[in-house]
Design a protein around this ligand. Structure first.
Ligand SMILES: Cc1cc2nc3c(=O)[nH]c(=O)nc-3n(C[C@H](O)[C@H](O)[C@H](O)COP(=O)(O)OP(=O)(O)OC[C@H]3O[C@@H](n4cnc5c(N)ncnc54)[C@H](O)[C@@H]3O)c2cc1C
Length: 377
């Protein structure tokens, strides 16, 4: 649907978790003239497909800038979800039980040992468990494990409820939302954004936040964003199998409060196809059964696939475009868009409102690709 208004201060392209969070953060900073434009329905793409794990420590190999950003965003989650509950009445099921990471092979064992060592040295909370200790936390875990780590601060959120809460929040805050409207391109004059082009016409604006996930490259091909398909299988676990999120180096299990158990995932280059395949399900279920053989007798409730937005170096693309004034990127969140949503919202809103790029965004600037291109020429 398209309303009559064709002038806004800010247009946000994409109604996934990133576009929604940026819209909310801008509105909370008092920006009134914002329109979020979504070509389908809000929150139905990668953000809907995700597992909702907020687990930077479980996956990290070093304490680099990216790791710091992930942890900062994770630590915003309790206040972020509390505020959303106050605004909308929706409980997004932030579950703070923690995450277990299991080792089966010697290679897995080496991986968890080095993760334990650097994270302990960095002063991060992480517990090394024997197989027996791990099974005291979660009796369902395979007897084949050789060890485990427990990350008490790595938590999870029900990402679909989060999307509903964000949608309600921006509605209450007065953000205009257009759904079923595809942005075909940007309107650019003298190296400055002047609007966005849609089939019904141009919508004028001086700032565009590009949050179109895996499709961002169609709006501005200067940053190549590729889709990485992730399939997911949803099982029914009554009674619940586990309280913790459980990882192995090959897969994961995420328990939901209502008894759904998510088993993930694949990482595939399959273009924009969102099929669930026999091979994908096989891989996921084999890895889930390795974590706990109890999975084998569970009914399959649902399955789906989503497209993670990835750029060449795997890092998000956050901040203003050096070449086109008024264009601000909030894309490339790859495997961590749910986790990175609160900090992305805050930092992008700050960039737009204060016209100052926070220093923490420097490693994620879109200009890093321009710099790389000029070096390689
Ligand atoms: C199986 C799977 C599991 C995952 N698990 C986790 C996890 O546990 N934790 C985590 O943090 N992350 C996880 N992720 C990653 C996370 O889902 C993504 O990083 C995140 O959802 C990206 O959000 P987004 O808003 O950028 O993209 P999307 O949610 O894809 O939203 C982009 C939106 O832009 C719209 N759009 C595109 N082009 C246009 C256009 N031209 N005009 C208008 N609208 C347009 C699309 O329709 C879409 O709604 C997972 C992903 C997958 C697939």
């Amino acid at each position: 649907m398209l309303n009559d208004k064709s002038n806004y201060e800010i247009v946000i392209i994409g109604g996934g978790v990133i576009g929604l969070t940026v819209a909310r953060s801008l509105a909370l900073r008092g920006v009134r003239d914002v329109c979020l434009i979504e070509r389908g329905q809000l929150g139905t793409e990668a953000s809907f497909a995700a597992g909702g794990m907020l687990a930077p420590q479980a996956e990290a190999d070093s304490p680099d800038d990216f790791f710091q950003l992930l942890c900062q965003s994770r630590d915003l989650y309790p206040a972020f979800t509390e505020a959303l509950k106050e605004e909308t009445g929706i409980d997004v099921e932030l579950d703070r039980t923690g995450t277990l990471y299991l080792a089966f092979t010697q290679h897995d064992r080496n991986e968890i040992d080095s993760r334990f060592e650097w994270q302990t040295e960095a002063g991060l909370p992480v517990e090394r468990l024997t197989p027996e200790e791990a099974r005291l936390f979660e009796p369902c875990v395979s007897t084949n494990i050789t060890g485990a780590l427990r990350f008490p601060l790595d938590i999870q959120v029900e990402n679909r409820r989060l999307l509903t809460a964000l949608t309600n929040s921006i509605d209450q805050l007065g953000v205009d939302v257009l759904t079923n409207v595809n942005i075909d391109s940007l309107e650019i004059k003298n190296q400055r954004v002047t609007g966005v082009v849609t089939a019904p016409g141009v919508i004028n604006c001086s700032t565009v936040v590009l949050a179109a996930g895996a499709w961002s490259g169609f709006i501005n091909p200067a940053i190549r964003v590729e889709p990485v398909r992730g399939q997911m299988v949803c099982l029914t676990a009554h009674p619940k199998l586990t309280r913790h999120v459980i990882y192995s180096p090959r897969g994961y299990l995420v328990p939901r409060q209502d008894g759904r158990l998510l088993a993930g995932s694949t990482s595939e280059n399959a273009g924009f196809a969102k099929d669930v395949t026999v091979g994908g399900m096989n891989t996921i279920l084999r890895n889930a059964t390795e974590i706990s053989s109890a999975v084998a007798s569970m009914p399959v409730f649902d399955s789906w696939a989503g497209l993670r937005p990835r750029v060449a170096d795997g890092l998000p693309v956050l901040g203003p475009c050096g070449e086109i004034a008024g264009l601000v990127y909030a894309t490339g969140h790859y495997r961590n868009g749910i986790l990175l949503a609160p900090i992305t919202g805050e930092l992008i809103a700050k960039t737009v409102v204060d016209s100052v790029v926070p220093e923490v965004l420097t490693p994620f600037s879109p200009d890093r690709f321009v710099a790389l291109e000029s070096v390689s020429k």
